[in-house]
Write a protein that binds this ligand. Sequence first.
Ligand code: 13P
Length: 249
Amino acid sequence: MSKIIIANWKSNPSGIKEAFSLARKIREGVAKIKNAEVVIAPPFPFLEQVGIAVKNLKLGAQNVFWADGPYTGEVSVNQLKNLGVKYVIVGHSERKIYLGETDDMINKKVRAVLAGGLSAVLCVGERERNGIEIPPAVGEQLKNALLGVKKNFLRNLIVAYEPVWAISTMPGAKPDTPDNAFKAMVYIRKIISGLYGQESADSLRIIYGGSVSAGNIRSFMRDGGMDGALVGGASIRPEEFVSLVRNSI
Ligand code: 13P
């Protein structure tokens, strides 16, 4: 299966021209790379223009609300769909930390995204790490996020393992290892197997949401057994991002 690399631009860049140009550079750079699916997830105000700029790549959103209607400041699944969005990141650690997003909100978002026919990129991961094992809190996040989600929706689910302590912009960030990523991948498949059976667990796409660069992506994919990556900082540096995509396959 081809790797999926999702560019999470977070709240960057500051203007539409820069967003358009960044998207074009990425599109041109990855045009000849086979066996990698590239998704660009820009901030909401740039979705339409970036969608035009990336044409053959896929468009992602960084967040969503679970309903249409009187919800000031929110953006619905239908609105994203109508803009051509295919993937929606749900429950990113920055939203949990800075916006107070809870497991219940994440569950509502995952269900709305899947019910709307889009793919959900569900982020789970521990904020701190003591010891070598993946903490049970990761499994709890996963189970809570998937409450009420039927098995046939799993084909549109991607789980991103985010060791929050390894996100480069977190104060005191520490580097993660491919070995830990591998453990997380096995752990997540075990939880999914318990919920939905082995077949669903085996076919689930699990991607790495800690810090990756063009230099370390290969080891996280190969030794970490990951199906792709959710990329922050490196995704707004076009040359590095293109090398990262190339090195991921
Ligand atoms: P960095 O790649 O900037 O460390 O961020 C990781 C991340 O949060 C991806 O969503």
